[in-house]
Write a protein that binds this ligand. Structure first.
Ligand code: TRP
Length: 444
């Protein structure tokens, strides 16, 4: 349990770090474009169901595993099971984390680029078509994209090197509410645009005929990604938790905050999409063409643009810090601490830089690693963890809530265990089988 010594200073610290990890490009970049590609309201409702059905139990599971083992994803399963039989799960987590970093840093690079452009006023005055052309010409310059991608890698590595995590925690205590406030203002502005109501209809009107197996699969993948579950990252955070921390409340807080930011991003993007005549199913570039257009309509346009992209950049950084932390912590453990933390930071930085450059140069690799991660590796990790806790190492009542008993609390553990034993694994298996096309064959 020696890791507890380096634990967070306060309970708020864990919540903030976990929320900082969860809230990131997944909410503001990925959620709107995936929603746009998968039918709007139909996707949203399936997503919300996934958050309750998968997200909440898995978040609690990872925290409990970490809290009990006091180890990171690499050592936790061995510590708790006393065997090597679950080591595949640790490796699955570690590989996933590297793959995520490859494409995540590319998109963080896009943010860096737009932050710079917001400061310089480069996109000022462009109309919808102009924004699109501008985005395309920007990302097609590989040297530039590599340059802007390296900046967040170095910043993230710097935070891990100097161990200023606590400073980041304190910073995000201020910046996270500011990001929410800024997004509320933007939503307010967007809703005053002509034609914005169509966007609200797109986002909130549920057309049940649009709920296809494909939509369910995308929603589940997005849920894992946005909440940062299924890669053992929260195991590491659980290991840092004070014993008295209430896992249930912490998980609920993270989920509510994360979902709020995602939905708010949708409320900004879709009304603007329809008001400006963009296509909601545009793909990964959606947010980066729509948001600058929205920001130009704000009062104090320059300041709003700079502030927003700065907040987005920081939100992305708190996520990359959490990702790289997993990679560094596990590299130290894999090398049996023959590598120091500083050496591990250097090695991980080098590997991640190569992955980022590869994702810049190959669009197939960029889209492919995203797909592989959200559709296969994260669900696989989640499946492994639900089976581990559901069948191998059942959760005890005191793991969830340290003190007190109420009827609600008493019912919580059985419900959680039932969902980890049956609901989560079966649902993930169905999603997998569907991905393999098994049901297409049945349907003929
Ligand atoms: N959840 C973050 C987002 O929405 C991305 C992220 C950070 C992540 N750490 C993670 C995803 C760990 C999976 C695993 O942007």
């Amino acid at each position: 349990m020696e890791q507890k010594k380096h634990g967070f200073s306060s309970k708020v610290g864990v919540v903030l770090a976990a929320a900082g990890s969860a809230v990131g490009l997944g909410n503001i970049w990925k959620f709107p474009y995936v929603t746009g590609e998968n039918g709007g309201g139909a996707f949203l409702i399936v997503y919300l169901i996934c958050v309750l059905m998968f997200g909440l139990p898995l978040l609690m599971t990872e925290f409990v595993i970490g809290k009990k083992a006091g180890k990171s994803a690499y050592g936790a399963f061995r510590e708790l099971s006393g065997t090597n039989r679950w080591q595949w799960l640790s490796w699955c987590c570690i590989i996933t984390v590297y793959l995520i970093m490859g494409f995540y840093f590319v998109v963080t690079g896009w943010c860096t680029n737009y932050l710079y452009e917001a400061i310089m006023g480069s996109y000022a005055g462009l109309d919808a078509d102009g924004m699109m052309a501008h985005f395309q010409s920007t990302v097609s310059s590989a040297p530039r994209m590599i340059g802007v991608g390296i900046i967040p890698i170095l910043l993230t590595a710097g935070v891990l090197w100097f161990g200023v995590n606590e400073g980041i925690e304190r910073l995000s205590k201020v910046l996270m509410p500011l990001l929410l406030l800024m997004m509320l203002l933007m939503a307010g502005r967007v809703l005053m645009l002509d034609g914005s109501s169509e966007g609200m209809r797109f986002m909130f009107q549920i057309d049940f005929s649009k709920i296809t197996p494909e939509v369910v699969m995308m929603a589940a993948g997005q849920c894992f990604f946005s909440l940062s579950v299924g890669v053992g990252m929260l195991i590491t955070y659980g290991a840092y938790m004070p014993n008295s921390q209430n896992v249930t409340m912490t998980s609920l807080q993270v989920i509510v905050l994360d979902t709020m930011v995602a939905v708010l991003a949708g409320i900004i993007i879709f009304p603007a999409v329809f008001a400006f005549g963009f296509n909601p199913a545009e793909g990964p570039e959606l947010v980066f063409v729509v948001l600058p257009a929205v920001l130009q309509k704000m009062s104090f346009a320059w300041l709003s643009g700079v502030l927003f992209f700065l907040l987005l950049f920081v939100a992305a950084l708190t996520s990359t810090i959490s990702l790289m932390e997993v990679a560094v912590a596990s590299l130290c453990e894999v090398s049996r601490h023959r590598l120091s933390r500083h050496q591990s930071v250097l090695i991980v930085t080098a590997i991640v830089t190569v992955l980022m450059v590869a994702c810049v140069l190959s669009e197939t690799l960029f889209a492919g690693s995203d797909m592989l991660v959200t559709q296969i590796l994260m669900p696989l990790g989640a499946l492994g963890m639900s089976l581990f806790v559901g069948w191998y190492m059942p959760i005890k009542k005191k793991d969830l809530m340290p003190q007190g008993q109420t009827p609600l609390k008493r019912r919580l553990r059985p419900v959680l265990m039932f969902s980890l034993r049956w609901i989560v694994p079966i649902a993930i298996l169905l999603i997998f089988l569907n991905g393999l096309g098994v049901f297409d064959a049945v349907r003929g």
